[in-house]
Write a protein that binds this ligand. Structure first.
Ligand SMILES: [Ca+2]
Length: 198
């Protein structure tokens, strides 16, 4: 291979890499997140995320939005659920369960967090009103695309997550990587809270 062809080859690889980086960045949020305002006080908060369940044969997370009011369930301390064919989250049933999950997530530092969700079946995660992860259909266990989440300041942010298990096995895990780098890890329990409804 001539030098010219080697350089041309390197150039093409470079262009493809640049293109794929540009494409990946389109998955980043158009705007950064907005902290909850006012920030919830320690006295108002309970551990974990609130959850409301409905029995539904969903094919898509949109089906949950139009399903009417659900029934409150036991809060979720973490999103670290590998349920197999057993009960769905803190619900007694193992199939046909939809969940609306809400509360706050705490980002300890400003910067870009990377987030991804392993799910089965569909899931949609919104933070401060912006859809961050959308993997909305029926599927076997799989990770979503990685979302680049721009956090302007440390603190609590509103979180809202739609999830359903239609048939068979079920999984729901939320992983992140902090702006300092390191490995992806499950979002720890101390990063979740909700304000119990009186
Ligand atoms: Ca399933």
């Amino acid at each position: 291979m001539s030098y010219f062809r080697v350089f041309r080859h390197i150039f093409i690889v470079f262009i493809m890499a640049a293109f794929s980086v540009g494409f990946a960045s389109q998955q980043a949020l158009a705007a950064g997140l907005t902290p909850a305002s006012p920030q919830p006080g320690a006295g108002q908060m309970a551990q974990g995320l609130a959850v409301e369940y409905m029995m539904i044969d969903a094919f898509h997370v949109d089906d949950l939005e139009s399903a009417g009011k659900g029934k409150p369930g036991k809060p979720l301390m973490m999103l670290n659920w590998s349920m197999g064919s057993g009960p769905v989250l803190t619900h007694a049933e193992d199939e046909g369960v939809g969940a609306r999950i809400s509360g706050f997530i705490k980002f300890a530092s400003a910067g870009t967090y990377q987030m991804k969700i392993k799910s089965n079946d569909g899931v949609r995660l919104s933070i401060s009103g912006q859809v961050v992860i959308d993997d909305p259909d029926v599927h076997a266990d799989k990770f979503s695309d990685v979302a680049n989440v721009s956090v302007p300041s440390p603190g609590w942010y509103q979180v809202y997550l739609l999830y359903f298990e239609r048939r068979g096995t079920a999984t729901l895990e939320l992983h992140w990587q902090s702006p300092d780098g390191g490995n992806f890890e499950l979002v720890p329990a101390e990063a979740f809270a909700h304000t119990p409804k009186g």
